[in-house]
Design a protein around this ligand. Structure first.
Ligand code: ATP
Length: 475
């Protein structure tokens, strides 16, 4: 992970937000290559999800009417229990605090709470499972908290009682900062889709089943931000809500699970780096929920959730707004609230997954080669154009070729240093193709193409370069 974070900074993918002021926790800035990669990723999702007949796009505002978040359940339920250390003021999410205790500490807690029972030697697995079983539920957790030491300052019995902490950022509209003017930065993009369900349906004349897609920023005041872009306070989501007739949700749930897994695979992810995680504990309104998990360097982590949400969201907005959210089925002449299948993927979190999946190091002729093996459609630079040497007009040809290609693609011109060095610099940022103009180019208008992963070279006509790139970027 450290290598990836340092490459990301050095080559201009991701910087710490407000770095010169010491940074702002949980916020990151995308640099010149990062913004290209992020845009390509979003574009790829947008193409996959909306370049079809049954899905429409929207771009809703980040600030919404505060009642939206009452209807969605976020005001009441979007909370994490947390405790503060009275001694050093460090703040912890209770579940994370418990999860991160090592076996010895878990055993200490069990011994204090259950004197005599855990004095001898017990295998680690037994301690772990006893801890999980006995420290479950609010009361048991509260008791455990009285004997756990603060990981930061080491003081025992220093935690406050657990408080529910709402993860939504609050702010005010207008000049008066009182409770009547509270608004929230949206914690998800989904609600902008639900509240526009009928607007979109009427405007586009879509019939069920159909979906609405949106890409946009979301904000969560996460208590523990960690692992680079994995859990941040400001991030971007790509969400799609697919509206179906009640009774058809299981079929479409399976369909969307397949589509979404294929999206990751089609962009070059290896099947062994992806897995399904089935939710056993479901929200009361949910029928089924699966996550796609990616194997990050620190372990498996969710990148996308696919949820069968019944009519909960539209039904709830109907109640809270007093406006009908029903669909009129012309065939059966029935009116009903559609069921919803949601696909929700983090743009920033999957950016990180694609970066980790692409990162590779290998020994080539006794030297370490760092290479980002991005799929050509995601790669920030699609190609580099390199004059072998800066004379005999090779640089002029290379420059005019670059200008021509730049009408269609992000292309990099580089004439400095040995050609081998220049290839390595492109490998490190994941540029899939390097076109080199050499003395033969002057005679027959051909160039060499060097492919990043195989490092193989072939000659093609200069006039065929654009087509060559097009067919590989959007196969
Ligand atoms: P987690 O349990 O990891 O907090 P979640 O289950 O709350 O995630 P959802 O509400 O289902 O996540 O959000 C859908 C997607 O949005 C996630 O799969 C993830 O890719 C992304 N996401 C959610 N929270 C964050 C965050 N704090 N930082 C970056 N991406 C996030």
């Amino acid at each position: 992970m450290d290598k990836i974070v340092s490459l990301a900074k050095r080559r201009g993918f991701v910087f710490q937000s407000s770095e010169i002021y010491g940074g702002l926790n949980g916020c990151w800035d995308y640099g010149p290559l990062g913004v290209e990669l992020l845009n390509n990723l979003k574009q790829s999702w947008w193409r996959a999800m909306t370049y079809r007949d049954d899905i429409e796009g929207v771009d809703a505002s980040i600030l919404m009417h505060p009642r939206v978040w009452e209807a969605s359940g976020h005001v009441a339920n979007f909370t994490d229990p947390m405790v503060d250390c009275r001694q050093c003021k460090a703040r912890y999410r209770v579940d994370v605090l418990m999860d991160e205790l090592n076996t010895k500490k878990k055993k200490d807690v069990l011994r204090e709470l259950y004197p005599g029972e855990f004095d001898g030697q017990q295998p680690d697995e037994r301690i772990a499972s006893e801890f999980a079983a006995r420290i479950a539920g609010d009361e048991a957790t509260a008791k455990a908290l009285t004997v756990i030491a603060c990981p930061n300052c080491g003081t025992k019995s220093s935690f406050t009682e657990a408080r529910q902490f709402n993860l939504m950022f609050k702010t005010f509209v207008g000049p008066v900062e009182d409770s009547n003017n509270v608004v929230y930065l949206r914690p998800e993009t989904a609600q902008g889709i639900f509240v526009n369900f009928l607007n979109v349906q009427n405007a586009s004349r879509q019939k069920l089943p159909f979906g609405i897609a949106q890409i946009g920023k979301a904000f969560r005041n996460e208590i523990n931000t960690k692992n680079f872009l994995f859990r941040t306070r400001e991030f971007e989501q790509m969400e799609m809500q697919y509206f179906v007739k009640p009774g058809e949700e299981d079929r479409f749930f399976e369909y969307w699970r397949g589509e979404r897994m294929n999206w990751f695979l089609s962009l070059g992810m290896k099947p062994e780096h992806l897995q399904w995680h089935k939710h056993e504990k479901l929200a009361h309104y949910a029928k089924a929920a699966f996550d796609i998990e990616f194997k990050f360097p620190f372990g498996w982590g969710e990148v996308e959730g696919i949820h069968s949400r019944t009519d909960f969201d539209l039904g709830s907005h109907e109640k809270f707004s007093g406006k009908a959210m029903k669909y009129f089925d012309e065939q059966s002449k029935e009116k009903f609230v559609p069921y919803v299948i949601e696909t929700s993927v983090g743009a920033s979190r999957s950016f990180m997954a694609f970066l980790c999946a692409a990162f590779d190091e290998e020994m080539v002729e006794g030297e370490m080669r760092t290479v980002l093996r991005f799929h050509p459609s995601l790669a920030p630079m699609k190609a580099a154009v390199l004059p072998l040497v800066n004379r005999d007009g090779m640089d002029d040809i290379a420059r005019s070729m670059t200008r021509e290609l730049q009408k269609h693609f992000r292309v990099f011109y580089d004439d400095s240093g040995a050609i081998g060095r220049r290839y390595r610099r492109q490998d490190e940022i994941g540029t899939p193709y390097c076109f080199t103009v050499d003395s033969q180019t002057l005679q027959d208008r051909t160039v060499t193409v060097r492919e990043r992963d195989s490092m193989q070279q072939e000659r093609i006509a200069m006039d065929a370069v654009k087509e060559y790139l097009l067919t590989r970027i959007h196969p």
